[in-house]
Design a protein around this ligand. Structure first.
Ligand SMILES: Cc1cc2nc3c(=O)[nH]c(=O)nc-3n(C[C@H](O)[C@H](O)[C@H](O)COP(=O)(O)OP(=O)(O)OC[C@H]3O[C@@H](n4cnc5c(N)ncnc54)[C@H](O)[C@@H]3O)c2cc1C
Length: 250
């Protein structure tokens, strides 16, 4: 029986920062936003923070966003582990070329059960949900049958692991777009801002929008200075979106 899985995103890594001992730097928050400020100040050696208007980290980062000096945000990065994402959504996510990805291999790891991501619009309707899960079951059963059939064809191949890999890489073609995938995604803060600006927007696909909003929440926890300008709001259909006044040049 097909299993509908939920989105699960964990922050598994982010930048730490240590200022050199010979530079007088308040170690208020040894994190990515402090590093971005340090990098910006390194351009003019204004480590002593001469401008009172940008003396706090939050004010400095706001200034960076105002003037579009976004390259300094590239020094800090964050890594997420995403589970409960459909293969179709992961395809959209991986169009963002500035990130690094490590994705679960369908060639090495067999689809032992039909784990699928239900589109929200279908999950809300019991009849459509049952129909969707039935289709997932059928493709998973066919996947199993193709695997068995191919096991016979590839017996000449002496290496057992290779034989299985060849069978899986062919059989996976029948699995649906909704099949769950898992991956690690690393990007710098500028790339995360760009990803959120594009994918948490109202017109993005509902699933990738949910991913972008959840990533934003996690990023706001570790670096409110860099991500607080994005605000999350609810759409009429109950899903969420996020936008920022800086979105056009994020
Ligand atoms: C609502 C929506 C609908 C979409 N529909 C489609 C669709 O129908 N078909 C489709 O194919 N795609 C579609 N996309 C995907 C879209 O075209 C982009 O591929 C994707 O959003 C990645 O964003 P990006 O191009 O800004 O690049 P990213 O890879 O996120 O790169 C970030 C930025 O780096 C710079 N950059 C990166 N690579 C280069 C480069 N080679 N040269 C110059 N500058 C570069 C650009 O400034 C870019 O904006 C859609 C996206 C959205 C948000």
């Amino acid at each position: 029986m097909a299993v509908a899985v939920d989105l699960d995103i964990r922050l598994i890594g982010h930048t730490a920062f240590t200022a050199p001992e010979d530079i007088d730097w308040d170690p208020q928050a040894p994190d990515g936003s402090a590093l971005a400020e340090f990098a910006g100040r390194a351009c003019y050696e204004t480590f002593d923070k001469p401008n009172p208007h940008t003396a706090t980290n939050a004010a400095y980062i706001r200034h960076i966003l105002d003037v579009g000096h976004l390259a300094v945000l590239e020094h800090a990065s964050a890594t997420m582990y995403l589970r409960g994402v459909s293969r179709s959504c992961s395809h959209e996510i991986m169009r963002h070329r500035m990130f690094s990805f490590s994705q679960l291999s369908q060639r090495y790891v067999p689809a032992e059960e039909a784990r699928v991501v239900l589109p929200a619009a279908i999950a809300a309707d019991e009849q459509l949900k049952a129909l969707f899960l039935r289709a997932a079951d059928v493709s998973h059963d066919v996947y199993g049958e193709i695997l068995q059939g191919l096991a016979g064809h590839t017996e000449a191949q002496s290496h057992a692991a290779l034989r299985l890999k060849q069978a899986r890489q062919a059989a996976r073609a029948v699995l649906p777009n909704a099949t769950e995938t898992r991956f690690v995604m690393t990007g710098n803060f500028r790339s995360w801002r760009h990803f959120i600006a594009m994918r948490a927007a109202e017109h993005a696909d509902a699933e990738i929008r949910a991913v972008a909003v959840e990533c934003l929440r996690l990023l706001q926890e570790i670096s409110p200075e860099v991500f607080a300008d994005f605000s999350i709001s609810q759409l009429r259909d109950g899903t969420q979106m996020a936008t920022s006044p800086y979105v056009s040049d994020s």
